[in-house]
Design a protein around this ligand. Structure first.
Ligand code: GDP
Ligand code: MG
Length: 162
């Protein structure tokens, strides 16, 4: 079986857009409406000659009330099934309670967790990503899934972590 990379995070942070970047084609479902991705869609990806499976998660129970519990379950599931976990946070919004709930779970992950500060569309916005150190998951990696900024570097990191 191929190594599995799970992309987790609260709705609308850009998980599906990032998965599209990983795949190099528009395969994952992206929408402005939070909660559009059906839960756990797996795709086969290829980077630097290495094949792996990318799992796009999220989309179930998008109601704000159950969000923290829902994200915790998503993270737990990723820890059970993935070799590398990518936690995506919206750096334009900053750290939310839901991000904290995910981070709390993922801090005890035995698999490597890569923290992504998404929506850092230009160099000017990079400073904002530093706030994500507070999640206790190490260095935040600023990227723009939408424009592809630093996406290649991120993929290199993901593959190194496998
Ligand atoms: P998901 O719910 O986490 O899967 O988020 P989506 O991938 O569906 O993206 C939600 C919204 O954020 C869409 O409107 C995307 O175009 C937008 N988005 C995703 N990545 C970026 C980014 O790097 N920069 C900006 N400015 N917008 C982004
Ligand atoms: Mg999605």
């Amino acid at each position: 079986p191929l190594p599995v990379v799970a992309v987790v995070g609260r709705p609308n942070v850009g998980k599906s857009t990032l998965v599209n970047r990983f795949l190099g084609r528009r395969a994952a479902v992206v929408q402005d409406t939070p909660g559009v991705t059906r839960d756990r869609i797996a795709y086969e990806a290829l980077w630097n000659g290495k094949n792996f499976t990318v799992v796009d998660t999220g989309g179930w129970e998008p109601k704000a009330a159950g969000m923290a519990a829902s994200i915790a379950r998503q993270a737990e599931y990723a820890m059970k099934t993935a070799d590398v976990i990518v936690l995506v946070v919206d750096a334009q919004v900053g750290v939310t309670e839901t991000d904290l709930a995910a981070a709390r779970v993922l801090r005890r992950s035995e698999q490597p967790v890569i923290l992504v500060a998404n929506k850092v569309d230009d160099e000017r916005s990079e400073a904002g990503a530093a706030e994500l150190w507070s999640l206790g998951l190490g260095e935040p990696h600023p990227v723009s899934a939408l424009h592809g900024r630093s996406a290649g570097d991120l993929l290199d990191l993901v593959l190194d972590a496998m």
